[in-house]
Design a protein around this ligand. Structure first.
Ligand SMILES: C[S@@+](CC[C@H](N)C(=O)[O-])C[C@H]1O[C@@H](n2cnc3c(N)ncnc32)[C@H](O)[C@@H]1O
Length: 251
C-alpha cells in the first residue's frame, strides 16, 4: 500500500487504526505519559490561556491538558481521528484543518500552540510554521516534540533476524548512516502505510527560525528509569528518541 502524503496515511482507516493500536499498547501508554509531562512542564501557569493542539490526532493530549487548561482546542486533517476525538471527548472542540493551507483562525488568536509528534508529517515546514506564527499572539509559545533524528527511526531501528525470532531473542539496534535516508529520499514509511518526511535536526530548527520564531529551549525526553524489559521506557533511557523544542514568536 502506498500513500502520496503523510496526511493521506492518517486519513486512511488502517493508518489511523494502527496509530490507535499503538496508543493502546504498553509503549503507547508510556509515550503519552512522557509527552504529556514534557508539554505540561513548559506551559505557563495561566489556566485561562488559549492553546491550539495542531495535528492533535485522536485528541488524547488535548483532553489531558484540558483538565487544567479549558481553553484548548484541537485541529487535525484526519477524518478517522477527528471522529474518534469528537466521540470520546464530546465536551472539547476539534476542528478539521490542513497544515498545508490557511488555517481557520484569525491573526494573533492563541497564547500557545503545541504540536506533538507531527513536525515530520508536514511537507513544507517553513510554509506551515509561517501560518502557525500568524495565528499565534506576539511573544506566544510554540512547543513541539518530534523524533530525534540522531537516535530514532529511521536512523536506528530495532530488528531481530529469523534465528533471533525463533530463539525469542530481544531485537538489536541497527544504526543506519545518518544521511542515508536524507540522500536517498525525503520520505520514509512506518509499518508499510504511514509515510513521513525525513528532516535533519538542523532543518527543524532552521525552518522554525526562517518562519520568524526565536529559540527558547530544547530537551531530550529521557526515561528516568532503566528496565531490563524491551519497551519504550528502556529504549528512551538508552537512546533519547524524542526531542522537545520551544520557540517564541518575535517581531
Ligand atoms: C504521529 S500523529 C501525532 C498525533 C498526536 N499529536 C499525538 O501526539 O499522538 C501525526 C498527526 O499529524 C496529522 N497530520 C499529518 N499531516 C497533516 C496536515 N497536513 N494537516 C493536519 N494534520 C496533519 C495526522 O493526521 C496525525 O494525526
Amino acid at each position: 500500500m502506498k500513500f502520496t502524503t503523510s496526511k493521506d496515511s492518517y486519513n486512511a482507516p488502517e493508518g489511523a487504526e494502527n496509530y490507535l493500536k499503538f496508543l493502546d499498547s504498553e509503549d503507547g501508554s508510556f509515550f503519552q505519559t512522557i509527552l504529556f509531562e514534557a508539554f505540561r512542564g513548559r506551559l505557563t501557569e495561566n489556566k485561562e490561556q488559549t492553546i491550539l493542539d495542531v495535528a492533535c490526532g485522536p485528541g488524547w493530549l488535548t483532553a489531558k491538558l484540558a483538565e487544567e487548561f479549558p481553553n484548548i482546542t484541537g485541529l487535525d486533517a484526519s477524518g478517522p481521528f477527528l471522529e474518534h476525538a469528537k466521540s470520546r471527548y464530546p465536551d472539547l472542540k476539534f476542528t478539521a484543518g490542513d497544515l498545508n493551507t490557511t488555517l481557520p483562525y484569525s491573526d494573533n488568536q492563541f497564547d500557545t500552540i503545541i504540536m506533538s509528534m507531527a513536525a515530520h508529517d508536514v511537507e513544507d515546514q517553513v510554509k506551515t510554521f509561517t501560518e502557525l506564527r500568524r495565528i499565534l499572539k506576539p511573544q506566544g509559545k510554540f512547543l513541539l516534540t518530534f523524533v530525534n533524528p540522531y537516535y530514532a527511526f529511521p536512523v536506528g531501528i530495532w530488528k531481530r533476524g529469523l534465528i533471533g525470532r525463533l530463539l525469542f531473542k530481544n531485537p538489536e539496534l541497527k544504526v543506519r548512516p545518518y544521511h542515508w535516508f536524507a540522500q536517498q529520499s525525503r520520505g520514509f514509511t512506518f509499518y508499510d502505510n504511514l509515510e513521513c518526511y525525513f528532516y535533519r535536526l538542523s532543518e527543524h530548527l532552521n525552518h522554525l527560525r526562517e518562519a520568524g520564531f526565536s529559540f527558547e529551549h530544547m530537551r531530550e525526553l529521557e526515561s528516568l528509569q532503566d528496565s531490563s524489559r524491551f519497551n519504550l521506557q528502556h529504549r528512551l533511557h538508552r537512546f533519547p528518541i524524542f526531542l522537545l523544542v520551544e520557540f517564541k514568536k518575535v517581531d
